[in-house]
Design a protein around this ligand. Sequence first.
Ligand SMILES: [Zn+2]
Ligand SMILES: [Zn+2]
Length: 269
Amino acid sequence: MAHLRGRKLPQTQTCRNLNSANLSCNFYCSMDSQDWIKLDLHIHTLDDPKDKLDYSARELLARAGRLGFGVLAITLHDAVFDHAETFAAAERMGILLIPAAEMRIEGGDIILLNVRAEEVTGLRSFHDVRALRAARGQSLFTIAPHPFYILGGSIGKRLIDEIDCFDAIEFCHFHKGVFNPNRQALRIAAKFGKPLIATSDAHRLNAFGQHYTSIPRPEQLTPDSVFAQLRQGRLRLTSPAATLLDIMSTFYFIFIEHPLRAACGHSHR
Ligand SMILES: [Zn+2]
Ligand SMILES: [Zn+2]
């Protein structure tokens, strides 16, 4: 933590140079904080074909602008978000919006960043992922989201077998005290030299903004320059432990609100 200087921010946590004994170390307000930008590379919106959400990409952008985010990726389930007008709006705001998707491959989720719709439609297996990575090289970036969480499409221990399909491993937002499946992700990230990336995996608008990764601002803000920083691993992770309210509202969303919306075919389009 030698590079971190200055005032300690209360009630905020980060995970720079995580180790298993200290999964949520303290976050310090660095003297050069204005040179760092905030990234959230795993977010859902109401455009999601699988989940029934109630906020638009434009509402997300407005909140991201207020909270000072520099880079976002809308990662719909099994689809690339490609609304040109939203990308143009983000550009006007100085936000880099990276085309992306969260694909379920052989039962496990994978986030693909800087990807086109036609590239993900035929993606069925990790063999296909390897072929796409070989074709795209460093211009494609992939993350293993929530690898050791039980709910949803978590890859689990198979992450080790497929590790060459991933550039990074997610530090999932949902953790508190002894409940922290990120510990396993941390061990694998260290073993294979992969960066850990904190994201919000937001399914509600107010869940966006607290969980993110920061990188030094590149000279040109492009997918390639962002990926280069991520691969270098000069990152700060901000991922505070869940509060009791977070836990209650997450369970309410998963077990009551979302099933009701799905049953009613609810949409706010
Ligand atoms: Zn997922
Ligand atoms: Zn997700």
